[in-house]
Design a protein around this ligand. Sequence first.
Ligand code: GLP
Length: 314
Amino acid sequence: MPTGRMPGVRGDVREIPHLRPPVDLLEQPPCPFHANWSAATSSAPDGWSADMEVVILPGPDDCGRVVADILARAVGNGGAGTRPTLGLATGSSPLTAYRELIRRHREEGLSFAGVRTVNLDEYVGLPADHPESYRSVIRRELTAHLDISDDDVHGPDGSASDPLVAAREYEQQLRDGGPVAVQLLGIGANGHIGFNEPGSSLTSLTRVKTLTEQTRRDNARFFDSPDDVPRHVITQGLGTISRAQHLVLTASGAGKAAAVAAAVEGPLTASCPASVLQLHPHATVVEDEAAAAALERADYYRYTLEHKLPHQPF
Ligand code: GLP
């Protein structure tokens, strides 16, 4: 934040009421860039230093199987006595993976005992038991069907009387909980991940965001009326998300093609928040043919997948 004179502004900006930042912002460290970035790069498991891997598959069910493989491996890697943390996302894109995990739990005995989950984001103002609160959605679509206790399902508290405080507390909870083994991500048509709308700092931490009208319209299908979609949310920041050991973004459908191309092949920019994956040491983008339609290097990604070495896991 500015702490002194700004061009064209007389005096100290902190003395001008409408320019005065909230006290807690003034108290934040000057720039979390280095702290976040070294945390992100050092949290990758030993030996991981990879390029972003782009996996193009025929349809959403194929994507779901690969994403489920990655999540199941993270659960299995935990080993006895450890409590792996999975980062979960809402939206339609992860649903095929969630269904596949539930199937493996029921039919193949895949156990999630001891697993903790953390949500990416939450609407401000919806009670936790509202059917469209992200806490309810994750419970309904995944965790209630697995051997994961409700006490181990975490997310921001969107119904807190002070959402700014709730956001800071969630950030602290995430730090205290240790590294997230795999963070699953969908992508908004405007390139958002979590609810980090375009313009979000690439190093941002968990905070309150105001949704764009496009995102509110996109999410209106889950509510009785478009006016019911909350305007504010609490979301993990891009810096927070980047601390996970493995980022897995999944997308399906033509409506995501432009956003996926911008994230994977466009410039690294806050204008496409998902482009932050380009900086991560272990990021995998799993999308169907329709969502891959605007990728210039699609043939190379297909060729690479076809010639993947046996010891090269996702
Ligand atoms: C919401 C969520 C995002 C999700 C996005 C896309 O905005 N906050 O985490 O990625 O929806 O959802 P869908 O997969 O339904 O298009």
